[in-house]
Design a protein around this ligand. Structure first.
Ligand SMILES: [Zn+2]
Ligand SMILES: [Zn+2]
Length: 382
């Protein structure tokens, strides 16, 4: 694929031969270096995992108590066989890391998922100079441009106040790792009580143990029978929508917080009342700015609208390639919400039709809402 001495694409994913490890492998491998704990980046069953210190707890939660998870501090350089590896903040979720690999003066950086906007719940994205940059492109289309996050959170607060006046609970659907905590840390705590789905609260604990300040939140299950939900904000994973779990709230206004809400049709087809455009991925200008800042002469684009981004980079004289993402069969049952959207993006990477994106989300939702209900009963995260 490339003359670079560090990375190549294999059947199991990105492989670093001089270090003999995989990055975010698609299959079970002996040694995995993990950018972050979302299901499309971290698979169970590997021999060992290396991630960042703040990412250790979320990864252990997702990989299971038996998994061997090791961690290093951001910026700490370690020698793995013939390469030097260090992890640098990706600004995506707690502990998310770009992986820098150096071998004989040549530097490759694997971004994982990233965003450049400020997020009070994780370390900010750090630009790392390199020869080869491997970038995600989940929202790699010019239509994706995020508003300032303060404006979006103000809109969420107004929506809660409107709902209270109408006697309705506010059910806000957001990924249980990352988005949910960003919302909880940013909404106005004085408006009313805040509750979380069990999967969200499990991750909240990981965030608190890493020193992230979150408001006092009760779990939905802890509320007394007959509780009046009409003043409450409830934060739950998107897969909880339409499940029996969500029926207890009585009159409810439902909203989704996602970058996909940019496309009006997505919200309409999901049948929710509101969509708030807020993402833990870089938008179009964010992606292009981050790529340029690396100074990389070679860029591999993966995980989203890779063809669009790669074409633009080629026009700018950068040696750009598309690296296709592969998914295992069981992924359709995954309850990791990030992966659902990422799957949808990958599946339609050559299309821009909102109908196609809706269709992907719609079909996976049915599967995942079932597993969330089952798993919450069992007290498991996934
Ligand atoms: Zn992610
Ligand atoms: Zn991802």
């Amino acid at each position: 694929m490339s003359a670079n001495p560090i990375l190549r694409l294999t059947e199991a994913g990105l492989y670093c031969e001089p270090g003999d490890f995989f990055i975010d492998p698609w299959r079970r491998v002996e040694r995995a270096v993990i950018t972050h704990a979302h299901a499309d980046h971290a698979r169970r069953g590997c021999g060992s995992y290396l991630t960042s210190d703040p990412g250790k707890h979320p990864l252990q939660l997702r990989m299971g108590a038996d998994a061997l998870v090791q961690s290093i501090a951001y910026g700490e350089a370690v020698r793995i066989r013939d390469v030097t590896v260090s992890l640098h903040p990706a600004g995506h979720v707690l502990g998310s890391a770009q992986i820098r690999i150096e071998h004989s003066g040549y530097v490759a950086v694997v971004s994982g998922d990233y965003k450049v906007d400020h997020d009070p719940t994780c370390a900010s994205f750090e630009s790392v100079k390199c020869h080869l940059f491997i970038t995600e492109s989940t929202f790699g289309l010019p239509i994706y441009r995020w508003a300032r996050s303060a404006e979006v959170f103000a809109a969420i607060d107004s929506w809660r106040i409107e709902n209270q006046a109408a006697g309705k609970a506010s059910l806000l659907l957001a990924y249980s790792l990352g988005k949910a905590q960003r919302i909880l840390a940013s909404v106005d705590r004085s408006i009313g009580p805040i509750f979380a789905h069990g999967a969200v609260e499990a991750m909240n604990r990981a965030y608190r143990s890493a020193g992230v300040e979150l408001p006092e939140i009760a779990t939905v299950q802890s509320a007394s029978k007959g509780f009046d939900w009409s003043k409450a904000l409830i934060v739950a994973p998107p897969s909880a929508w339409g499940s029996p779990w969500a029926r207890r709230f009585g009159e409810v206004s439902t909203a989704v917080a996602s970058g996909w809400m940019t496309i009006r049709g997505t919200r309409r087809r999901r049948g929710v009342d509101r969509g708030f455009v807020i993402s833990d991925h870089a938008d179009w200008p964010g992606l292009l700015g981050a790529i340029e800042a690396t100074g990389a002469s070679e860029v591999w684009v993966t995980h989203g609208y890779s063809a669009v981004v790669a074409r633009l980079l080629l026009e700018r004289g950068i040696d750009a390639k598309i690296v296709s993402t592969r998914f295992e069969g069981e992924r359709i049952d995954s309850t990791d919400d990030d992966s659902l959207s990422d799957n949808a993006a990958a599946a339609v990477s050559t299309l821009t039709s909102s109908d196609t994106i809706d269709g992907e989300n719609g079909s996976t939702d049915i599967e995942s809402s079932r597993s969330v209900v089952r798993n919450e009963d069992a007290g498991l995260l996934e």
